[in-house]
Design a protein around this ligand. Structure first.
Ligand code: SF4
Length: 495
């Protein structure tokens, strides 16, 4: 089966291969410039030739506070206009179309009123070659070495980046993978980004590491195993949280963790409780008392290490300090792995049934773990020519965004705009409507984006004020679909 993004634009009749005729129209919504036969769609499946007219295949998505009064509207059908009240309806960029090249005004420049202030929202579907995804994968399981290539269908689409607290991080896409390698690398990268951004699962292979299936809002599946819990904290933090609850029930607790393994009686928390040093020395590099780095190699065993037998991290037991009958708990940072030992006459740890008081605390570790999820953030640069669809003087839009005068949303979802130059936005795909993203085979992703600001500010930045229309005017000719506003998102039209 051919790759969905390997469909050549020429399948849709590339420029100069077919003469213009009444039946063939040219789409100029992206640089591919497909010529599309009647009844067929262009290379990205977003535009089609419907009876000789170029149409956007998907309806425009509008969001409404409260339940949508009319969920779907087709032009030509009776409509009494009650759907749209400017205060409660927001036009998103989803299905809005793109105006390429961007010196043309954006497809929708819509006015509204807020508490007596005239507002404007500029709406478009931006085409992003400079874009990628940041993936946060809640797991301690070893995915692969930092900087290791992440591959789909054998093509590198990104790399492993710096791990965060309880999560492994991947950086995917970017202009180098989209445009700088082979055609296949670009199309596979674009397809993987598109599926992830649209909340679909993607299986990735990490070089010298694991296979992981990632889907936004779902637990990761690492080497076929569905992750359940995110660790409660590092080994040292786990000691800090539960030391008091272990006190009196165990003589030593070792919390096994790939990054910082904790040893209770040496740790500040154990000292604070006046616990007797137990003389168990673990492998690895001592950072501070009771905190050890690199007790083992990373892996799929206890606490994100390669450990299967927890006793393997014990370097020695000091006979001057340890004693017969000493009670030792070894536990992982999620409570998934735990074993209870009592030292015999030779000071050897012997596995014993775990007492209820200890089991209760181990279960509490698990209870305090949050569900493991995958988070997918889109990141892209909106500081390029897209701005010309908003204003004749693009740097003023950038300044207005930086001055918080202009609010940037993607499909109505709030964005984080990076400090410094440009308009580099980040958005959580789960806060956007489903299937918000599209692609073009250049290859690049298509992202809905909206800029909202007071009309006065829009005029001052050199905006296309002659193209401002009311919401009713904008929707009169559009085929649109109304979705309920997501309550967790702030309403974007605000002063
Ligand atoms: S790829 Fe899509 S947007 Fe680009 S020209 Fe073809 S139909 Fe139009």
């Amino acid at each position: 089966m051919s790759h969905p993004l390997q469909r050549d634009p020429e399948d849709a009749l590339a420029p100069d291969t077919v003469a213009d005729s009444g039946e063939v129209i040219r789409c100029d919504a992206c640089p591919v410039l497909c010529r599309i036969r009647e009844g067929q769609a262009g290379a990205c499946d977003r535009y089609a030739n419907e009876n000789g007219k170029l149409v956007r295949v998907d309806p425009l998505v509008v969001l409404q506070r409260g339940a949508p009064a009319v969920p779907f509207f087709e032009p030509g059908k009776p409509w009494d206009g009650t759907l749209v009240s400017g205060a409660n309806t927001f036009i998103t960029g989803i299905g809005a179309t793109t105006t390429y090249p961007d010196y043309k005004p954006a497809p929708f420049i819509v006015s509204s009123k807020l508490e007596g202030v005239d507002m404007v929202t500029v709406v478009t579907e931006g085409i992003f070659s400079y874009c990628g995804l940041k993936l946060k994968i809640d797991t301690d399981r070893y995915l692969g070495p930092e900087q290791s290539p992440v591959r789909v269908e054998g093509e590198q689409i990104g790399h492993v980046t710096t791990a965060e607290y309880g999560s492994q991080m991947l950086s995917l896409g970017g202009v180098r993978h989209l445009t700088g390698g082979t055609k296949k690398e670009g199309t596979v990268t674009c397809d993987a980004l598109l599926r992830l951004a649209n909340r679909q699962p993607v299986e990735m292979k990490i070089e010298d590491g694991s296979t992981v299936v990632v889907q936004a809002g779902e637990p990761p599946i690492v080497n076929g195993e569905r992750e359940e819990r995110m660790r409660v904290g590092c080994g040292s933090a786990t000691i800090g949280i539960f030391a008091k609850q272990w006190h009196g029930h165990a003589d030593e607790v070792i919390v096994v963790d790939d990054h910082i393994t904790g040893v209770l009686t040496e740790h500040q928390a154990g000292r604070f409780l006046d616990m007797r040093p137990a003389g168990v020395r673990v492998r690895g590099r001592k950072s501070t008392p009771g905190r050890y780095f690199k007790v083992a190699e990373p892996g799929l065993g206890w606490g994100g290490t390669d450990i299967v037998d927890p006793l393997s991290i014990i370097e020695m037991i000091d006979p001057k300090r340890a004693w017969q009958g000493m009670r030792l708990l070894m536990v992982s940072t999620t409570g998934e792995d735990a074993e209870w030992f009592v030292l015999d006459g030779d000071l050897k740890p012997v596995k014993q049934p775990m007492p209820d008081a200890i089991r209760k605390v181990v279960e509490r570790i698990a209870e305090n773990c949050e569900p493991a999820l995958c988070t997918v953030l889109f990141m892209g640069g909106a500081g390029g020519s897209l701005r010309a669809g908003v204003t004749e003087n693009p740097v003023r839009l950038t300044r207005s965004v930086k001055d918080l005068m202009t609010r940037v949303t993607c499909g109505g979802a709030p964005t984080y705009v990076w400090p410094g130059g440009g308009i580099t936005v980040m958005v959580d795909v789960l806060r956007m409507p489903e299937r918000s993203f599209g692609y073009v085979p250049t290859p690049a992703l298509v992202l809905p984006i909206e800029f909202t600001m007071p009309l006065e500010a829009y005029a001052a930045m050199g905006g296309h004020v002659d193209r401002v229309v009311s919401l009713q005017q904008a929707l009169r000719e559009a085929q649109f679909k109304a979705h309920a506003w997501r309550r967790e998102n702030p309403w974007p039209v605000c002063t």
